[in-house]
Design a protein around this ligand. Structure first.
Ligand code: CAA
Length: 260
């Protein structure tokens, strides 16, 4: 039984935890309730031993049209500074240690694009539209867009998108490396669930170390990242699943991973 949330929906599909934004009338604008619930649901799946991978999506029409402009338009500097706006709930995505896949169909604008970029990979529907339109509102991205977009697509494309606020389609997002796969919108969630199920069948400790190692590429010099990766691969030789995975290969049989 999944907890009842107001602005998101959650369900499990075997070892995959699925979270959907659910404020259709506001195009899934990310308000405080939704982001608090997102944080709670992420932490619950992250702590659940029966879950290996988390999938985050919206509806087929919209992933999320950004932070809730109606909710924030009258905030003062003190309001946003005191509450450290765009952190509570939002930053929980950074704490999640299991793989997280975003499925973007329709708009992923502003905070929506930033949330998708906080995930480990993005599977896009052909109708996906990405952009950081904050400049048109007189602000700049506040949930990592100025940092993760250049890392994902390079400075030239990032500055173009950030300065103009223009929206790009799924093909352009694929071309510049923002998304990992593009498929017809109606198939995007099913494909992501299939990919997630496959990933979730692999040993969870190895997946978690993979995520930590890749994230090091963004947060430390190459020499530190390489050392971290090497220590992680050494650590995996202490796991049962490494013994099982390699024995299964040699014995020409399917491995039976136990995630330990
Ligand atoms: N916040 C609050 N409400 C929003 C919203 C948002 N970000 N985006 C859409 N909505 C609401 C609209 O106000 C509208 O509500 P009403 O029916 O009550 O009028 C409803 O959703 C439908 O929206 P539209 O009529 O505008 O739908 P459309 O199909 O004509 O346009 C759209 C779709 C292009 C996505 C357009 O809604 C849009 O441009 N939205 C705003 C996008 C944006 O600027 N996002 C960035 C927000 S700032 C941010 O995210 C900061 C950060 O770094 C975290």
């Amino acid at each position: 039984m999944q907890p009842a949330y107001e602005a998101i929906l959650t369900e499990t599909r075997e070892r995959v935890g699925l979270i959907r934004f659910n404020r259709p009338k506001q195009l899934n604008a990310l308000n405080d309730t939704m982001m608090r619930e997102l944080g709670e649901a992420l932490l619950a799946f992250d702590a659940d031993d029966s879950i290996g991978v988390i999938v985050l999506t919206g509806s087929e029409k919209v992933f999320a049209a950004g932070a809730d402009i109606v909710g924030m338009k009258d905030f003062s500097f003190t309001d946003v500074y005191r509450s450290d706006y765009f952190t509570r709930g939002w930053l929980t995505l950074r704490q999640v240690r299991k793989p997280v896949i975003a499925v973007v169909t329709g708009y992923a604008l502003g905070g929506g694009c930033e949330v998708a970029m906080m995930c480990d990979m993005i599977i896009a529907g052909e109708n996906a539209r990405f952009g950081q339109p904050e400049i048109k509102l007189g602000i700049i991205p506040g949930a990592g867009g100025t940092q993760r977009l250049p890392l994902a697509v390079g400075k030239a494309k990032a500055m173009d998108l950030l300065y103009t606020g223009r929206t790009i389609d799924a093909q352009e997002a694929d071309r510049i490396g923002l998304v990992s796969r593009v498929v017809p919108a109606a198939q995007a969630l099913d494909l992501a669930l299939e990919v997630a199920a496959e990933i979730a069948s692999f040993p969870l400790p190895a997946l978690m170390m993979l995520k930590e190692s890749v994230n090091r590429a963004y947060e430390s010099p190459l020499s530190e990242g390489l050392l971290f990766e090497r220590r992680m691969v050494h650590a995996l030789f202490a796991t049962e699943d490494q013994k099982e995975g390699m024995a299964a290969f040699v014995e020409k049989r399917k491995p039976g991973f136990r995630h330990r």
